[in-house]
Design a protein. Sequence first.
Length: 317
Amino acid sequence: MIAGTRPRTATASPLPRSWRLQCGQASPRRSPGCGSSASRRRPVGEESVLSTCSSAACSTRWAAFRLALVITFPKVSTVSQVTAMVAVCDELERAYGLETGRLGFEIQVETPQLIIGPQGGISVAEAIHAGAGRVTALHYGTYDYSASLQISAEYQASDHPAADFAKQVMQVAAAGTRVHLSDGSTNILPLGSPESVRSAWRLHAGLVRRALARGFYQGWDMHPHQLPTRYIATFEFYRAGLPRAAARLANYMSKTESEILDEPATARALARYLYRGLVCGAVSETELSRSAGLTGSQLAALGRPRSDTEGVALGSS
């Protein structure tokens, strides 16, 4: 599988290639807030890596591996499973001398039972809090979730109404928690005849653009040939909206009257949008400085409020 990550320049890894292929460092690791993709493989257990080497050089590499570790928890259907996963992480940290809370995990939302529980509660919200701060992301699983609802294979897709409902519940549950969201994949691959490739690319680009517009800034892909359209759709999303978003934020910061009366929460959203465009490489800092009069660090500060209703001003925490 290919998980969403931000485009970045490849750098030399401190891990041997044999480790990188196992623990996900052969390609850039997924990073929050952008919505494009790069390949990764599922990480191996820490014990397997520890057993490969005991030299001082490997100690440094082992430290780098721990920082790179990403755990994905699939097929979660009950809150009690999340509680059990927390206990496993606690035990692993004690066994391998990791700092408390070092291990986090991403939950794959692939069953309807994790959206609404048997008592009518929102299980995915309960799961986040049962994770005791270890849940880092929620990933929508397009096909397992759709199949669980008896949706015919022909109509299983990340833009199906059932998928939208599940993702909206996930979005509300994760709001204000620092838990990231990831959209599901499409199994329509850009392979075969030129016409089939173009059709699959159009579909994929549209799904990526749709997810970005709905606040899902990451997504899963199934094939490397889907990467071009994820990059293109992501960059287009930020570049197309740059002039208007920059002008609105500049007017707000300078208290200039305009046809749009933005509030503090909207100004925060504008700053986050522009900052995400910068982080993923779609927009340069020079462009932002020229169009919005703000640097990347200023945008980052504006986008991280104590609350979405407080005033927006440079220098506020």
